[in-house]
Design a protein around this ligand. Structure first.
Ligand code: UD1
Ligand code: CA
Length: 476
């Protein structure tokens, strides 16, 4: 396609994202457009929609400029700086400084994460078909509030946009409003922006005024957005939660269409960067964050929380587990109530049971850690069995040390393995042992005190106490 010598290279179209505002209503030190929805900054949702619609994103920044640039690294954005918040007209003029090319620019708000690529494509198509310099995306609202009103003439042509604060009563009553999203011809726009007049009292330049300029030249059109929720802007925490809920519904619907089983979707969190294979199963209340991946046939049990976790095909995570930066291999099973911390790797067919914590440790194929253990900085060999209550004592107060448990070893319940230490292949550690020295392959190690019996002593002790109780009688 790109190598066809007879066709001119396609003229790029641009998306200008206005993101210079402070967002004071979030009551947060973090810039509004950097607040995450499903783990992705608000502005990145709009940038990704623009890119999916084949638009080159140009982001107009001011507040926390460096952080906004960093959050959008690797997304192919250009950046422009608006020196002071002098209104949307000034913001767009600033943004155009990052564009040398002509063509079409779509203006978007950085705090509007719900706009879809399909809508942007349709807007661009309508703009191309209309042949006018300005196409405004409008919507109908029963309660139009503070939005700019779309004023049309008797024949339905768009005449201008009037801001709510400046509208006459009959204009305020209009229910068709400006979404703040437009497609504009760059060359035309560049020539008209210097004609914008500041609006009192703040002296702001309104981008909306270019509509009236275009109408005077016979050329502004309005396109109505069917689902007004797409143009929703986020100004406070409640709107952020609402937008996140809508994004979550979309993300889950996409995964279910791809063949992922999701129980009670309204109870589940699946962040934007999570990847799920067809036939993965997500149970009620599961929370999947970051770069978590779940393979085919794998299951995430109810109320388990996974952060950057990888479940290979067929892996089973039972309810109420917490997993972070770890891997569970095919046929392995974890939980219920297990915690896998970073660099835990549970290999094929291995089992980690309830109330077990694993950190920076490899549990080799077929090994079992079924109950109540801490295994950290360790390798557990294939087929080894770790008894209930086993602890790898990996920390001496200053340094961390490694524990190696050989294949086929058996560690009796309530043992402490004081690292650095190695238990050999096939070795057996007796229950209740404190192991401080390496155990040779196939050896038995036992460190607890020898068991002794005192015949009849229990009965004598009991009888003495009962006699004592009778002597004290009612006084006690
Ligand atoms: C603007 C429109 C209004 C429309 C509404 C939709 C104007 C004059 N009015 O109103 O018709 O219904 O959007 O949401 O354009 N921004 C900058 N620099 C500035 C000013 C704004 O980057 O100097 C950014 C803001 O951060 C925000 C966007 O532009 O992302 C819109 O600005 P905002 O102040 O919210 O515009 P409204 O007055 O709500
Ligand atoms: Ca606004």
């Amino acid at each position: 396609m790109a190598s066809d010598p007879t066709s001119a290279p396609a003229r790029p179209s641009f998306a200008l994202l206005l993101a210079a505002g402070l967002g004071t209503r979030m009551r947060s030190p973090l810039a509004k457009v950097l607040h995450p929805a499903l783990g992705r900054p608000l502005v990145a949702w709009a940038v990704d929609a623009a890119r999916a619609a084949a638009l080159v994103p140009v982001v107009v920044v001011n507040h926390q400029e460096d952080a906004v640039r960093a959050a959008l690294a690797d997304r192919g954005c250009r950046f422009a700086r608006q020196e002071a918040p002098r209104g949307t007209g000034d913001a767009v003029a600033s943004g155009l400084q990052a564009i040398d090319e002509d063509g079409v620019v779509v203006v978007l708000c950085g705090d509007g994460p719900l706009i879809r690529a399909e809508t942007l494509r349709a807007l661009c198509a309508a703009h191309a078909a209309g042949g006018r310099p300005v196409t405004v995306l409008t919507m109908h609202l029963e309660a139009p509030g503070a939005y700019g009103r779309i004023v049309r003439d008797e024949s339905g042509r768009v005449l201008r946009i009037v801001e709510a604060g400046e509208a006459r009563p009959e204009e305020l009553a209009l229910t068709e409003v400006n979404t703040g999203i437009y497609a504009l011809d760059i060359v035309w726009l560049r020539a008209r922006l210097p004609q914008l007049q500041p609006h009192p009292p703040k002296g702001e330049l309104y981008l909306t005024d270019v509509v009236e300029l275009a109408a005077a030249e016979g050329g502004a059109q309005g396109v109505v957005l069917a689902d007004a929720r797409e143009a929703m802007g986020v100004n406070d925490r409640a709107q952020l939660a609402e937008a996140e809920g809508i994004l979550q519904e979309r993300v889950l619907r996409r995964w279910m269409e791809a063949g992922v089983g999701i129980e009670a979707p309204a109870s589940v969190t699946v962040e934007a960067a999570v990847e799920l294979d067809p036939d993965a199963a997500i149970e009620r209340g599961a929370v999947l964050r970051g770069r978590t991946r779940v393979g085919a046939g794998a299951r995430v049990g109810a109320y388990s929380v996974l952060v950057d976790a990888e479940l290979e095909p067929g892996a089973q995570v039972l309810p109420h587990c917490a997993l972070e930066s770890c891997t569970v291999a095919s046929g392995a099973s974890v939980g219920p109530f297990a915690r896998l911390r970073p660099e835990a790797r549970v290999e094929e067919g291995a089992k980690v049971g309830n109330f077990v914590e694993i950190k920076k440790a490899r549990i080799a194929p077929g090994a079992k850690v079924p109950h109540l253990s801490y295994v950290g900085d360790a390798t557990v060999g294939a087929g080894a069995n770790i008894g209930a209550g086993t602890i790898t004592c990996n920390y001496d107060g200053v340094f961390k040390h490694h524990t190696e448990i050989g294949p086929g070893a058996f560690i009796g319940s309530n043992s402490a393995l004081v690292a650095p230490v190695r238990v050999g292949a096939g070795a057996l550690v007796g229950a209740g042992s404190v192991i401080t020295k390496d155990v040779p392959d196939e050896a038995v190690a036992l460190t607890r005190a020898k068991q002794e019996h005192w015949p009849e002593a229990a009965r004598r002790l009991r009888e003495r106490k009962l006699a004592e109780k009778a002597r004290r009688g009612t006084r006690s």
